[in-house]
Design a protein around this ligand. Structure first.
Ligand code: 1GP
Length: 257
């Protein structure tokens, strides 16, 4: 039986054509729980479809923040773990990810094997996701020992995305890295991958304005993730900017339904 969050995502994609996910970093050394809850609440009000909780450099225990955010939000909370310490039983689901273009087997299957029993015992819904890092890759690429895909070579991530689909992953994430310069994942890369791959494609890293988000959806991405944009704007404008971006994303998505 498909999990609740997976059903929520697939039904939304069917009806609305595209989704917006907000990435929040629950690391207590970076943000207080109170701030996280405030950001999550504003993002939900602005119309984001789900909250992704995680980051590449989790230094503290995320349990308290994940619990508080999940209690405050009605939309799903989904863990986006950067390592073993990114797991918490308080989220609604977890992206069970493999960094397929890492040069280090730890990030492809090692961390997953080390955490699998714990994840099973927590009973949290898992959604398998192939994670592919495109230049510049930023912190995620450094931590994940990735051989990042060049931005002008879309056929390389396409090969990996096709392999991900054949291996049974439910989602493929094209990631340029949090804070990536250059307006997100190149539309040409998204377009090439989406042309041949049937599983939903998530794109994130550097989508800092409405135009880049809309371009990502028009190129074929099913889900666009924004993290830095929220950190920079959501508390200041109370989510007004995000509301406009989500609205524009939904208009672009509706043309695909
Ligand atoms: C990072 O793709 C996400 O994993 C979000 O990136 O912080 O650049 O929005 P930004």
């Amino acid at each position: 039986m498909p999990g609740k969050v997976w059903s929520y995502i697939t039904e939304k994609l069917e009806k609305e054509g595209a989704c917006h996910f907000s990435l929040l970093d629950p690391d207590p050394l970076k943000n207080s729980t109170e701030t996280m809850v405030q950001m999550a609440t504003l993002a939900e009000k602005a119309g984001t479809d789900a909250l992704m909780l995680g980051g590449s450099t989790v230094l503290g225990n995320i349990d308290e923040a994940v619990q508080a955010i999940s209690d405050a939000a009605d939309i799903p909370t989904i863990l986006f773990p950067g390592n073993l310490n990114g797991v918490s039983g308080h989220a609604d689901a977890m992206f069970f990810m493999s960094l397929l273009n890492s040069t280090n087997p730890y990030w492809i299957i090692g961390a997953q094997a080390l955490s699998a029993a714990n994840v099973k015992m927590l009973g949290i819904e898992t959604i398998s996701m192939a994670y592919l890092l495109i230049a510049p890759g930023k912190t995620a690429a450094w931590v994940g020992d990735a051989k990042v895909f060049p931005r002008d070579k879309p056929k390389i991530p396409l090969m990996y995305a096709l392999a991900a689909e054949l291996l049974g992953f439910k989602l493929v994430y094209l990631e340029a890295g949090s804070g990536a310069e250059g307006g997100g994942v190149p539309p040409e890369t998204i377009k090439t991958v989406c042309q041949y791959v049937q599983i939903p494609v998530i794109a994130g890293g550097g989508f800092n304005d409405e135009a880049s988000v809309v371009k990502g959806v028009e190129a074929g991405a099913s889900i666009i993730v924004q993290g830095t944009y929220l950190e920079d704007h959501i508390l200041k404008d109370k989510g007004e900017g995000l509301r406009k971006i989500v609205k524009a994303l939904k208009v672009a998505g509706s043309k695909r339904v």
